[in-house]
Each structure stands twice: as structure tokens, then as C-alpha cells.
Design a protein around this ligand. Structure first.
Ligand code: SAM
Length: 236
């Protein structure tokens, strides 16, 4: 086994340099690890007080503290709405800006709790969940990395090779689904276009028509797996 520290977007170069290109299988397990979530010093969780960090790679520079303490309210609102799917994004952004400087995950969670009227708090998740997800995705460019990683995986696979992805929320799964859909088609021109001009040819065959979900036994054994979605496609 060869372990390499690198980003999904660097998969192509890493596979070539490490001698496993073309590959038989590329497996992506997106998101956060339990080790990261459960370590308060990484700042990923609203459950424990810690620094406003949220970097998956400690060598990278952008932290959640920089976003909440330096970005303008409109940009924070965009991040929470686009990456957190948070409908109170504007109000939370205003409360964050009004309470600067925010230093800890507790400071951030309290800003969210103050911004959203108690009656509007979600019942099934913590009121700060979407804000923390949005900031985390922005800090780590998670969606950009997934897009580049999927493209690199397609180039790295040998014909007949497979890529498998495990997603944990709808934004990740939507990216994979659309990538598989596009790459499993020949022509991708707009349907109303009479003549194909794209020259696109299918490069993938979708193996899992529908995402594979964890069994009840698996969720009972590992509740964090409850939102996992597995998708597989084969390179043509
Ligand atoms: C769900 S965890 C993997 C858990 C692992 N399969 C296990 O069983 O312990 C996802 C891991 O991917 C890493 N990761 C997330 N985005 C990444 C990226 N763009 N490039 C490289 N690693 C990334 C995270 O830091 C995290 O450690």
C-alpha cells in the first residue's frame, strides 16, 4: 500500500508519480472523517468548543475564522446559502458580522442560535449544522475538489476500470450524479439543437442506476453512515 498526502484534484499527477496509472479502481470517500469531527482542536463541530479552523489539510491557509471575521456579509451569505443550503443565510451573516471577532466554534454556534428565531429551529438537526457545513465546504473548496477529482479519475482509469464514490450530503451526490450522467452520454448538445456539434462521446457506463444506501444494520452499527450514498461507474 502506498499512502500519499494530496488533494483529489491532484489525483492524476499522484497516480502517475506513484506508478498506479492507469488504475483499475478509484474509490472516493468524500467529506470528513470521524477523527476530524471528534477532535475539537480541528474546529469542525458545534458540539465542542474549539478554534474556528475547519481545514481538512492543516497545510492549507484558509480557515473558517478568516471567512467569518474578514469576508463581507454578502459573501458569507452566499457561502451559507450555496454550500449550507441555509435559508436564514442573510440573517446569520448579519449576526456574524455584528459579533466580530468570532474566535471559537461556540462563538459561531451562538451567533447562529441568536440569528434564527427559536420557533424556526430545525427538529432533526442542530440549528448550526448547515452553517458549519457551508463554511467547511468553502474553507476546503470541497465541491471544486470533487469536480476536478472526478475528471482526474476518469483520465486515470483504464478501460473497464471503475470509479466509486461515497457521498454524505446532497451537494456531493448531485455533483457525482450529473458527472456520471454527462459522461455516460454521447451527444450532450441542447436537445433542441438539430445537429450535434459537441463531438462528445460517452466515456462511462453507469453501474448503479440508483445510489446504494447503507443497510439498517450498518446504520445501527455506525449512525454516521446513515446519509451515505454509493455510486459506481465503469470506464468504457
Ligand atoms: C469520510 S473521510 C474518509 C474516511 C476513511 N475512508 C476511513 O474509513 O477512515 C474523508 C477523508 O477525505 C479527506 N478529504 C476531503 N476532501 C479532500 C480532498 N479534496 N483531497 C484529499 N482528501 C480530502 C478528508 O480530510 C477525510 O480524511
Amino acid at each position: 500500500m502506498v499512502v500519499v498526502h494530496g488533494r483529489f484534484s491532484e489525483l492524476g499527477a499522484i497516480a502517475t508519480e506513484s506508478g498506479f496509472s492507469p488504475a483499475d479502481l478509484v474509490l472516493f470517500d468524500f467529506g470528513l472523517s470521524s477523527t476530524q469531527i471528534d477532535d475539537p482542536s480541528r474546529g469542525f463541530s458545534f458540539r465542542a468548543d474549539g478554534p474556528l479552523d475547519m481545514r481538512m489539510d492543516p497545510d492549507s491557509t484558509l480557515t473558517a475564522a478568516k471567512i467569518v471575521n474578514e469576508y463581507d456579509s454578502a459573501e458569507i451569505e452566499r457561502i451559507l446559502r450555496q454550500y449550507g443550503e441555509e435559508r436564514w443565510a442573510r440573517r446569520i451573516a448579519e449576526f456574524i458580522v455584528a459579533r466580530r471577532p468570532l474566535r471559537t466554534t461556540r462563538d459561531l454556534a451562538q451567533a447562529v442560535e441568536a440569528a434564527i428565531p427559536r420557533r424556526a429551529w430545525p427538529r432533526d438537526i442542530n440549528v448550526a449544522t448547515r452553517t458549519f457545513q457551508g463554511l467547511r465546504i468553502a474553507v476546503n473548496d470541497e465541491l471544486g475538489e470533487i469536480e476536478q477529482g472526478l475528471r482526474a479519475a476518469l483520465l486515470t482509469l483504464k478501460p473497464g476500470g471503475r470509479m466509486a464514490t461515497i457521498s454524505f450530503h446532497s451537494l456531493e451526490d448531485r455533483l457525482v450524479k450529473s458527472f456520471f450522467n454527462v459522461e455516460s452520454k454521447d451527444c450532450i448538445c441542447p436537445p433542441q439543437q438539430p445537429v450535434c456539434t459537441c463531438g462528445h462521446r460517452a466515456a462511462l457506463r453507469i453501474v448503479t442506476r440508483h445510489p446504494v444506501r447503507p443497510s439498517d444494520q450498518e446504520v445501527a452499527a455506525n449512525p454516521r453512515a446513515r446519509s451515505a450514498r454509493l455510486r459506481v461507474a465503469e470506464k468504457i
